[in-house]
Design a protein around this ligand. Structure first.
Ligand SMILES: Cc1ncc(COP(=O)(O)O)c(C=O)c1O
Length: 502
């Protein structure tokens, strides 16, 4: 079994060494991985569902929350709103979902009449985020019956505080700001938005899933955490820049009342009393144990040193990108997320398409992440880009990564974007018309979605044995961008479903 698994693992992208600039967060310190492995193994048989039966779970959670509360400046006894308390969750998405569920439940409890009035009018309370907020908030809105109301961004991906303020009102269950937003690496105008939310009496969540364990040590960052009076909750992922293995994040709330609104409890069934602070019931303790051990081992000083390495690498990558003709850094990132975008101010022959760049760079072993472009409701287009997550190990790879980036840019400079209109024609040849005249978009059946994917090059050989992923993602991204969102979402779901279909 283990030999078979090792063979399967050999086909995976490398999780260490800095070749994959998304998904994985490599501290570059092998001893941390060993520590995490041993801590996870020691706690593997536990069920973290019940910390009274397994008090080690409570002890680790207590200490991990205390560490995060201090890092996010929530320890001061004089903070308004009561003590900062919280829970360990299974990851960023769960922290974001719970932040939304909590705020919604509090909003409903505080606005019974408005809730009833909205329901009568067939409306729902709103969840206000920047257009660049993580998609987990769209998921939360769908799951928890809210209207996602995205605040449009400027073309450089930044969002103005005034644009946020225009959206605020009594029917807003939660305002979300990001520190930073994943697609741009930019920090939202948190102090202004949280201040405005406070004036309206609204909950304001800071999504620091990405930045929560780097921004506390990043130089010259304006206050964005519990120092800002209007901030009511913060999410921060230990399985990102906390360097723990996957499956661990925290959600902190200002005040016990908020935290308790996150819980589900029932005595109305004949089994054991169910009290779940998070979404899962039975759950592993290993990710918590690994994060606990790593934070103890690294402490404030360790995180400061690892962050300093990310700062140096981010500075270098931003500086070197500015020397690459036809390519720019998108917007103004603060932190370890950087997105590369075409310099459209130059003639087309000099432009570098970020998705062709990403495909080309993969040939030299570095993987950066394709981010599709998208047009907001107000017509302002956010460009397609290529994302880089910079981790401490990136610094070791810079002598290879920077020349590889330059060579890839040279190889694709002037190459026009895949023209999805050709594929669109092919779609029609398949007998598929995505848009009914004046009506809703027709979502393709699984089989039609698969045929559309094949046109885009899925089922190609470069994805590895048995894989249905296309080798070059640029054409697929261009197609997905061009198709109506429900159709693109259906074909991308189909792609993922087919990957693991027996
Ligand atoms: C800002 C932000 N929020 C939320 C998430 C979701 O986290 P996860 O993938 O751990 O569920 C991410 C993931 O990249 C993120 O960058």
């Amino acid at each position: 079994m283990l030999a078979a698994l090792a063979e399967l693992r050999a086909g995976d992208a490398p999780t260490h060494g800095g070749r994959v600039l998304s998904y994985v967060y490599d501290s570059g310190l092998a001893e941390l991985d060993e520590l995490a492995r041993d801590a996870a193994e020691l706690t593997r048989p536990l069920n973290a569902l019940d910390p009274t039966t397994f008090p080690s779970v409570a002890a680790m959670e207590r200490e991990l929350i205390a560490f995060m509360r201090k890092a996010l400046n929530g320890s001061a006894t004089k903070l308004g709103g009561g003590p900062v308390v919280g829970s360990v969750t299974s990851g960023g998405t769960e922290s974001c979902l719970l932040a939304v569920k909590t705020a919604r439940d509090l909003w409903r409890a505080e606005h019974p009449e408005l809730a009833a009035q909205l329901a009568r009018a067939g409306k729902r309370p709103r969840l206000v985020t920047a257009a660049t907020a993580h998609a987990a908030f769209q998921k939360a809105a769908r799951l928890f019956d809210l209207d996602w109301d995205p605040v449009p961004c400027e073309a450089d991906g930044s969002v103005r505080a005034a644009a946020f303020e225009q959206r605020l009102g009594a029917d807003v269950a939660l305002v979300v700001v990001s520190a930073p937003a994943y697609p741009t690496g930019a920090i939202d105008p948190i102090a202004q938005v949280a201040g405005a939310a406070k004036e309206f009496g609204l909950s304001c969540h800071v999504d620091a899933c990405f930045g929560g364990l780097v921004l506390p040590w990043w130089p010259a960052v304006d206050p964005w955490d519990f120092r800002v009076a209007g901030v009511t909750s913060i999410s921060a992922d230990l399985h990102k820049f906390g360097y723990a293995p996957k499956g661990v994040s925290v959600l902190l709330h200002r005040g016990r009342r908020r935290h308790r609104a996150q819980f589900f409890a029932t005595t109305s069934w004949p089994g054991y009393p169910v009290v779940n602070p998070t979404l899962l019931g039975s759950k592993p303790a290993s990710p918590l144990a690994a994060a606990w051990a790593i934070t103890k081992r690294l402490g404030d000083g360790g995180y400061a040193r690892l962050t300093a390495s990310c700062v140096r690498s981010a500075d270098t990558i931003i500086r070197e990108t500015s020397t690459i003709r036809g390519l720019n850094v998108w917007g103004a990132p603060t932190g370890p997320s950087v997105a590369l975008v075409t310099d459209t101010g130059l003639p087309e022959a000099d432009q570098v398409d970020p998705h062709h760049l990403a495909d080309e760079l993969a040939r030299s072993g570095f993987r950066i992440q394709h981010q599709p472009g998208f047009t907001q409701a107000n017509g302002v287009r956010l460009p397609h880009t290529a994302h880089l997550t910079i981790t401490p190990v990136t610094e070791q790879t810079l002598p290879e990564l920077v020349p590889a980036l330059k060579a890839a840019a040279d190889a694709v400079r002037g190459k026009p974007r895949a023209n999805p209109r050709i594929e669109y024609g092919a779609l029609q040849a398949l007998g598929y018309a995505p848009k009914r005249e004046g009506g809703p978009f027709r979502v393709p059946s699984p089989d039609m979605a698969w045929r559309i994917l094949k046109i885009a090059g899925a089922g190609g050989s470069a994805g590895g044995k048995g894989s249905s992923l296309p080798g070059r993602l640029a054409p697929l991204m261009a197609l997905a961008e061009k198709l109506p969102a429900p159709v693109a979402e259906a074909i991308l779901s189909e792609l993922l479903a087919r990957v693991s279909e027996p």
